[in-house]
Design a protein around this ligand. Structure first.
Ligand code: NAD
Length: 489
C-alpha cells in the first residue's frame, strides 16, 4: 500500500489538553494497530515530557483557580452524571471503538462502555454525600474533619480495559474536586480521548480532565516523575508499578497501585458444579485472560478432580478465539508481544512436562496477521511452577488439586499476589472461614465477578498493589483528611 492510501485510511486522534485538541509538541505520532488483524487503523500523538508538562500546568491552573474544586459538590456531581448520560448516548460507537482498539469481542466492549457510564453515574451521585465528622476531643473545643482533594492527580492507564479503568480513576478523582491528567497505554486508549471530549460537552471546565497519549518510557515517566503532581494512580505490571511508587516517593506524594494477580478459584467437592464451571471458564476467558483479576488458577478438591477435569476439558476444546466483530468466546491478544508472552508460558510448560489437558482453536476467518492465542487448560500444575505463580495475562487456566480446607487455603495463598478469589461450596461456615483466610482484596462466594462491580472496593494485598479503587472507598484515596479545631471556650 502506498503512503498516501495508507494515511487516508488512518483516523488521527489528538490529545485533550486545557480543553483543546493538541498534537504532540514535536508532531510525532504512534501508529495504533487493531489486534484482530494487526493492521494500523489510527494514530495518536507521541506525547513527551513537554506535552505532559503543559497538561500538568493546565490541570494545576484549573485546580488553583478553583474552576473545579470551588464548584459545589452537587454541581460537580451533576456534571459527572451529565457525562454518564453522554457516554450512554454514544455507547454504540464507543463500544465499536473499544472493541477494535483492544481486540475484545464487541459484547465485552459494550459491557465496558456501560461500566464507564456507570462510574460517572455512581461518582456523580456520591460527590455530595461524602462528609467529614465531628470529634469529641476536649471540652471547650469543636474538632471536625473535612475531606479535601489532593490537587492534580496523574493516572497511568493500561490497555486491557482502557474505558473502564479511565472511568474509575477519573470518576472518583473528579468527584472529590481534583483535576486530572491521564496517560493511556500506547497500544490502546482511543475511548479515553473520546471520553475527555464528552467531558467538555458535559460542562467539565477546560484543564480539569486532560489526556496525553504516548509511550510509557516517555510520557509515562514524565507524568510519574512530574514535580507538580499531587497524587498518582497506576494500573499495570509490578515492574512499572515499582518505578511509579519510587517516583511518587521522590516527590513525597501518595499513590495507589493495582498490579494484577494470580487469582484462585477454590472448588470444594460439595460445590454446585453446574453454577461453578461456567463462571470459572468465563473468569479466565473474559478479555482473553488479559484481566488483572482473571481467575487463572482453579484449586480442585481431589475427590472431584477427574469429574471437573473431564468437564472443563470438553468446554475448553470448544472455545474459539476470533475477530472482535464476530461471535467468538474471546478476541485477540493486545499485541504481538503479548501473544509471544503467552506462547512463552506454553513453551515453558511443555519443557517442564506440565500436562496440557485441552486446547481451544482460532476461528478460520481470523486473519493470520491478528494476535490470537488459543485457550489452554493445564494440570495438575505444581504450586511452585510459573503457571501457578506468575501472571500470564492470556487464556491459560491452571488446575491444581488439594486434599482438605487447610491445604486449599495454603495453596490459594502460595503466590506473591492477592487480588481476587472465588470460593465454591455449599457449606456456609467453611465458605466464610476460607474467605477470611485467603489474602486477597475481594473474595466471591459461589460467584466470581472479575473485579466486581463499580460499587465494590477493589485492590490488592501483597504484590497485587495497595490502595483501593472503585466504590466509595476510592473517594477516600482521592482525597485527604483535614482536621480543624475551634476553641469556643
Ligand atoms: P506496563 O506496566 O508496561 O504498562 C501499563 C501502563 O504503564 C501503560 O500506560 C504504559 O505506557 C505505562 N508505562 C510503561 N512503562 C512506564 C514507565 N517506566 N513509567 C510510567 N509509565 C509507564 O504493562 P505492559 O507492558 O503493557 O504489560 C506487561 C504485563 O503487565 C502484562 O503481560 C500483564 O501481566 C501486566 N499488566 C497488568 C495490568 C493490570 O490490569 N494489572 C494491565 C496491563 C498489564
Amino acid at each position: 500500500m502506498d503512503a498516501e492510501n495508507r494515511d487516508s485510511l488512518i483516523s488521527e486522534y489528538l490529545c485533550i489538553i486545557d480543553g483543546e485538541h493538541r498534537a504532540a509538541t514535536d508532531g510525532r505520532t504512534i501508529d495504533m494497530r487493531a489486534p484482530s488483524d494487526g493492521q494500523i487503523f489510527a494514530s495518536v500523538p507521541r506525547g513527551g515530557a513537554s506535552d505532559i508538562d503543559v497538561a500538568v500546568q493546565s490541570a494545576r491552573h484549573a485546580f488553583e483557580q478553583g474552576t473545579w474544586s470551588q464548584f459545589t459538590a452537587l454541581d460537580r456531581g451533576r456534571c459527572l452524571m451529565c457525562l454518564a448520560d453522554l457516554i450512554s448516548q454514544h455507547r454504540s460507537k464507543l463500544a465499536q471503538l473499544e472493541a477494535k482498539d483492544t481486540g475484545k469481542p464487541l459484547d465485552q466492549a459494550r459491557a465496558d462502555i456501560a461500566a464507564l457510564a456507570r462510574y460517572f453515574e455512581f461518582y456523580g451521585g456520591a460527590a455530595d454525600k461524602i462528609s467529614g465528622e465531628t470529634i469529641p476531643a476536649q471540652n471547650g473545643f469543636l474538632a471536625l474533619t473535612l475531606r479535601e482533594p489532593h490537587g492534580v492527580v496523574g493516572g497511568i492507564i493500561p490497555w486491557n480495559y482502557p474505558a473502564q479503568i479511565a472511568g474509575r480513576v477519573a470518576g472518583a478523582a473528579l468527584a472529590m474536586g481534583n483535576t486530572v491528567v491521564l496517560k493511556p497505554a500506547e497500544n490502546a486508549g482511543l475511548s479515553i480521548l473520546r471520553m475527555a471530549e464528552l467531558a467538555l460537552e458535559a460542562g467539565i471546565p477546560a484543564g480539569v480532565l486532560n489526556v496525553v497519549t504516548g509511550f510509557g518510557e516517555e510520557a509515562g515517566v514524565a507524568l510519574a516523575s512530574h514535580a507538580d503532581i499531587d497524587f498518582l494512580t497506576f494500573t499495570g505490571s509490578p515492574e512499572v508499578g515499582a518505578f511509579v511508587q519510587a517516583a511518587a516517593a521522590g516527590n513525597h506524594i501518595g499513590c495507589t497501585l493495582e498490579l494484577g494477580g494470580k487469582s484462585p478459584q477454590i472448588l470444594f467437592a460439595d460445590a454446585d458444579l453446574d453454577a461453578a464451571l461456567p463462571a470459572i471458564v468465563k473468569a479466565i476467558i473474559q478479555n482473553g485472560g488479559q484481566t488483572c483479576s482473571a481467575g487463572s488458577r482453579v484449586l480442585i478438591e481431589d475427590t472431584i478432580w477427574q469429574d471437573v477435569v473431564a468437564k472443563l476439558e470438553t468446554t475448553f476444546r470448544k472455545l474459539v478465539a476470533g475477530p472482535h466483530d464476530g461471535d467468538y468466546d474471546l478476541g485477540a491478544m493486545i499485541s504481538a508481544q503479548q501473544q509471544d508472552r503467552v506462547e512463552g508460558f506454553v513453551d515453558r510448560a511443555a519443557e517442564d512436562g506440565i500436562f496440557q489437558i485441552a486446547m481451544g482453536s482460532v476461528a478460520e476467518e481470523a486473519p493470520d496477521s491478528g494476535f490470537y492465542a488459543r485457550p489452554r487448560l493445564f494440570g495438575p500444575v505444581p504450586t511452585d511452577h510459573p503457571l501457578a505463580t506468575e501472571e500470564v495475562f492470556g487464556p491459560i487456566l491452571s488446575l491444581i488439586p488439594f486434599e482438605d480446607e487447610q491445604h486449599a487455603i495454603s495453596a490459594a495463598n502460595a503466590t506473591p499476589y492477592g487480588l481476587v478469589a472465588g470460593v465454591w461450596t455449599r457449606d456456609g461456615q467453611r465458605a466464610l472461614r476460607v474467605a477470611k483466610a485467603v489474602r486477597s482484596g475481594q473474595v466471591f462466594i459461589n460467584a466470581y465477578g472479575a473485579g466486581g462491580g463499580v460499587e465494590l472496593p477493589f485492590g490488592g494485598f501483597k504484590k497485587s498493589g495497595h490502595g483501593r479503587e472503585k466504590g466509595l472507598e476510592a473517594l477516600y484515596e482521592f482525597s485527604a483528611t483535614k482536621a480543624i479545631v475551634y476553641n469556643h471556650g
